[in-house]
Design a protein around this ligand. Structure first.
Ligand code: WT7
Length: 656
């Protein structure tokens, strides 16, 4: 690598003391929709002190079939926003832009990994989404039905999502990197009748056989009656008579007129599964009006969307970031959104920057883990490209270390673009803490200040406020429109997971501190949730996968700091007596997890142990294991059995 390469620091999680401050660039602020700190402060104050009036006013940004009569009904933890109103988010994202000045505006620009480019205007999107919706209708899909979507990134996945919204069907998108088992569980839990998938997808020059993984999943999910298949790669795939249908054949049969179903504000829009502290992922339910308004408003103000922008969020549609900031947020605003199918390092490590220049991207939103990869690959690859169209950068998914922030600012933003570090979660639906770029000065590593209507606080375990400068638990004190309403089929778990830790407040699961300026600094999860490359994984979920292996008796998963991924996955495993522990068993177990959950959950290291260290009450001593995983000098797979009995006894006291 060349001399210019910036090295990735080894202890980024600890370097959270930061004095640098970057005021909004004058040129940016002069054209931004919110252009001063005073303006932000005034709007924020009103959003908290007079929140019903604030939200009633903002809700006029949406087109309503029928106006709402009540802004908020709040019975902790159950919120109902904009009751009495009816609307349709597909109509809001497409139809209303497909007439008048925006009709011929580009809605989507898509680039496939092999290099083909397709774009759709709002007018074209309007036609295509109606045809897609008619195909679903012909398969019997109606309001309230759940539809699973297991696809790569293409205009078709956007159409699939919006077509569901148009009919009032509840979409359940499952990230294309999840394995058959994970897909089956999610489809079964949400009782899906239809699955939309594709023959295969391109990833780093390879074809990912989505249809055959989907087949395996559908075999285990008897409730799925129809599988609609988008032909992406032209791959030969078996089609099951009566169950499987080619999308292009079905599209040929339908008309391009399909009215948008009027939905109640609180009708469910989608279910999205995310990892929690138990083995079973949670199906968070988001509803129509509040989610629509939350994603529309945050996109408008935090990304400062302007008519001429080309906006690119690099997330996969299968994650909440993709739902809110690839599909709904930009399209509800009538923006031009770029979609890219493949990997950032295919065919070369400068693919993203090539895309930015060719498509004149002006707003770019990605994850810290990607930024750290670019740093590692070297700035010289970035410098081959002008990046002169960029005017705003964003990050999401994990805390960004100040070093990566500074690199992003310098090498990608050319010290000209504000950076919005956006903190939020699958549960929150839309961004909660982030700078308004024309108004709020940024500090590398801080997500800065709350968005309108969001009232975060740092508290102790007992719920007492923590003074500035001290760490504590991050809670949210007021309901907000895009908050998840429940866990599908499990309202008790919703209450227990989010509203019981600190009664009356929403518990985020994150640790944070607030500085003297009121800025928030996120410090990572305080529960048994890992953040691997910005992807959320439950330790118990991986443990359940491991113990399903016949040779495994017990398993404990912990995270350890990782320069690139944020957290790496370490598995402590005890095996059935007499099993030979060696590298090949470690490899087998890693593969097994990848097969059960998906490659994203594959452990980086397997450490075999006679028994897991436990407290007298039988709790696994995770703190000890985390310490060991982080500091242990054992690199790679250990093939020796570790005996924790002594150290466990020593530590037993302070764990209890
Ligand atoms: C968890 C939520 C919705 C964003 C994509 C991930 C962590 C997210 C930040 C940030 C520090 C962050 C938190 C959070 N996180 N954004 N800007 N700074 N941490 O959504 O999969 O629901 O994960 O991601 O720990 O709780 P998710």
């Amino acid at each position: 690598m060349a001399a210019e390469t910036t090295s990735v620091p080894s202890s980024f999680t600890s370097s959270l003391r930061e004095d640098r401050i970057f005021p909004p660039p004058a040129e940016f602020a002069s054209q931004a929709s919110i252009r001063s700190r005073e303006q932000y402060d005034a709007l924020y104050r009103r959003s908290i002190e007079d929140s019903d009036a604030f939200w009633a006013e903002q809700a006029q940004l949406l087109d309503w079939f029928q106006p709402f009569h009540t802004v908020l009904e709040w019975n902790v933890p159950h919120a109902k926003w904009f009751t009495g109103g009816t609307l349709n988010l597909c109509y809001n994202a497409v139809d209303r832009h497909a007439k008048g000045a925006r009709a011929s505006k580009t809605a989507l620009i898509w680039e496939g990994e092999p290099g083909e480019v397709r774009s759709l205007t709002y007018e074209e999107l309007h036609i295509e989404v109606q045809r897609f919706a008619n195909v679903l209708k012909n398969l019997g899909v109606k309001k309230g039905d759940r539809v699973a979507i297991y696809m790569g990134v293409s205009p078709e996945i956007v159409l699939a999502v919006l077509a569901c919204a148009r009919l009032g069907a509840v979409h359940n998108v499952v990230f294309g990197g999840f394995a058959a088992h994970a897909l089956a569980d999610r489809m079964a839990d949400s009782e899906c009748r239809v699955l939309i998938t594709q023959d295969a997808g391109f990833r780093r020059g390879q074809e990912v056989p989505l249809k055959s993984i989907a087949d395996e999943a559908v075999e285990r999910t008897p409730g799925v009656e129809h599988v609609l298949v988008y032909r992406r790669c032209g791959r030969e795939v078996p089609m099951k008579e009566g169950r499987d249908h080619w999308l292009h054949e079905e599209l040929a049969k339908v008309s391009s007129e399909c009215p948008a179903e009027p939905m109640d504000s609180e009708d469910p829009l989608f279910i999205l599964y995310t990892s929690g502290t138990t083995g079973k992922p949670k199906g968070l339910v988001h509803t129509t009006a509040g989610y629509g308004l939350g994603t529309m408003l945050t996109s408008k103000y935090i990304f400062d969307l302007q008519e001429q922008d080309v906006y690119w969020c690099t997330a996969d549609v299968g994650w909440i970031t993709g739902h809110s900031y690839v599909v709904y947020g930009p399209l509800l605003n009538g923006a031009t959104a770029l979609l890219y199918e493949g990997a950032p390092n295919w065919p070369e490590v400068d693919r993203f920057w090539d895309i930015v220049d060719r498509h004149k991207v002006s707003i770019f939103y990605t994850a810290p883990t990607a930024i750290r990869a670019f740093m590692k690959w070297g700035a010289e690859h970035v410098r081959k490209h002008s990046l002169s169209t960029l005017r705003l950068l964003g990050t999401v998914g994990e805390p960004i270390n100040p070093e990566a922030w500074m690199w992003y600012h310098r090498e990608i933003g050319h010290e000209r673009c504000p950076i919005v570090d956006t903190w939020w979660q699958t549960e929150t639906g839309s961004i909660m803490i982030a700078p308004i770029p024309g108004a709020v000065a940024t500090k590398p590593g801080s997500a800065t200040l709350p968005f309108f209507g969001v009232l975060p606080e740092i508290v102790t375990k007992e719920g007492e406020p923590v003074p500035p400068g001290h760490g504590g638990l991050l809670v949210i004190r007021k309901p907000w429109p895009a908050m998840a309403r429940t866990i599908y089929g499990n309202p008790d778990r919703y209450q227990a997971a989010y509203w019981s830790e600190i009664p009356g407040s929403y518990f985020t699961g994150d640790g944070a501190r607030r500085d003297e300026d009121g800025y928030f600094w996120l410090m990572g999860r305080v529960d048994d949730v890992l953040n691997v490359s910005g992807h959320r994984l439950g330790t118990m979920e991986i443990e359940s996968a491991l113990v399903a292996h016949t040779k495994v008796t017990e398993a404990a998963i912990v995270g350890r700091p990782d320069d690139l991924k944020g957290e790496g996955i370490v598995a402590f495993v005890s095996v059935v007596d007499g099993t030979e522990v060696d590298k090949s068993l470690a490899d087998e177990l890693k593969k097994f997890v990848a097969k059960e959950i998906g490659a994203l959950a594959r452990p980086d290291e397997i450490r075999f142990t006679q028994a897991l260290p436990k407290t007298r009450s039988g709790k696994i001593m995770r703190r000890l294991l985390r310490e060991l995983a982080a500091t242990g000098d054992v690199k790679g797979d250990t093939t020796t059995l570790e005996d924790f009995s002594v150290v466990a006894k020593l530590k037993e006291k302070d764990e209890e």
